[in-house]
Design a binder for this molecule. Sequence first.
Ligand SMILES: [Zn+2]
Length: 117
Amino acid sequence: MNAIPLPCCLPTAPATTRRRVLAAGAVLSLGSAALAVDTGDWVEAEPGSAETPMCFFTAGMLSDFLGRLSGEPVAVMEVECRSKNDGRCRFVSASPDTLNAAYEQMTEGKSYEEALP
Ligand SMILES: [Zn+2]
């Protein structure tokens, strides 16, 4: 599993924000059918402010961005979030069918790592 640097995903953000995102982000494959986008310093998160992942704008933006790149519908779900005191924000992207199936298994108690093919 090779991580590659995450290109800046906030082209309109101030330069200081872009540098933070570039320094902290990575994209890597997760299982056989999903990608993970990780960052330990994501600007949308408010550490300790929630009990569930809260970076909804980012998840929607990534879904649109990755869908435009691939020409196919891409679903994105945040599975770890600094807002709930995880060490990073992790966004998982996959086809809508794959992510829906994983989500169903997660509601039955599996971790996202167990639920992804
Ligand atoms: Zn987050």
